[in-house]
Design a protein around this ligand. Sequence first.
Ligand code: NAD
Ligand code: MG
Length: 387
Amino acid sequence: MKRRIVILGATGSVGQSTVDLVERSPERFDVVAVTAATKTGALADIAQRTGARLAVVADERGLPDLQARLAGTACAAAAGPVALIEAAQCDADLVIAAIVGCAGLEPVMAAIRAGRTVALANKEALVTAGALMIDAAASSGATILPVDSEHNAIFQCLAGSRSEDVSRLILTASGGPFRDASLADMRAATAAQAVAHPNWSMGAKISVDSATMMNKGLELIEAHFLFGLPSERIDIIVHPQSVVHSMVEFVDGSVLAQLGSPDMRIPIAYAMAWPERMATPADQLDLAAIGRLDFRAPDFDLFPALRIARDALQQGGAAPVVLNAANEVAVGSFLDGRIGFCEIAELVEQALAASSSAAPTSIADVLALDRFVRAGVETAMTTRCAG
Ligand code: NAD
Ligand code: MG
């Protein structure tokens, strides 16, 4: 029986890697629905290549173009937030959640509430609504399979072990393009330099997050919600080669690691074939050619985003929502050339200091707070530019 899959965010970096894996193993998968934000041409192309029956563009203005491109095919076109949620709830065996940002939260929650198995790349959804999402999965019987390479590594290392035997999770971080940079280099960093990741090829937002190391901060919060460990039992270590994707330490002192080439198709394939495994075109790991694996402690002064994210996790409640919303706006503004690289962390810290919100108790609460924080950061940026 083929596994029926929905790909949310099919035109993105993770989405395209998923499509590549589907095309290499057509006997395994039946693509039910694919979605994108705006790129109707790329979405229609993916729909046709995969034989999807439904293509949804989130931006309603794209509907006429999507309909025209899919006219005469067996694929229906739809648009808007309701259609996006319908795609997430389609009768399917697996939903690949590869939308970037809090924009993916409602579709992910819809899939979880429908009891689906969700391969989760969309870390911002978990950061902003982790507790609500884990609770919803427990009531609906949904399974969340982590796609983020570090969390996928931990998930693999945890297989077959009892939670009480785990003492610590160790998240590895490449350190991003500025791991050996000075503060002066970072102050002058351009968007092009920030998105040029040394090891991984990814979307623009996560590439900037890797450069500030906010990505590792978001992943710390992601690990907390996925695996249920407190902040003090989740460590971060810089490992420039990105070969060890993360580790789990057990009470007896054993440490298990998952290794592999830095190719997202490995963790994506793990989630797609789970609990089996499937072949991928990733390069075979050649440790002799790599020669050495380096590790060092992260620099919390040079990368304040790490410290800010850890504080937000420890604070709990609304703080991770504020952290994420402020970061999304700040990263977007940096990519648009409106603010400097170092202002990203400054704006996030300022938003956290200004926030006094109670913990959100519903997805509507999360989204309301998200909108409120975004507006506040916009105002803060306008004031800065004017001042
Ligand atoms: P990307 O920017 O390349 O793609 C994002 C996808 O989401 C696109 O298909 C886009 O059309 C869609 N999208 C964007 N905004 C949307 C909106 N408002 N409504 C509906 N759809 C929208 O991003 P990516 O690099 O593929 O990352 C996707 C997610 O996976 C992110 O949360 C990221 O942190 C996570 N992730 C990515 C990688 C990677 O290697 N790229 C690795 C680990 C985790
Ligand atoms: Mg990661």
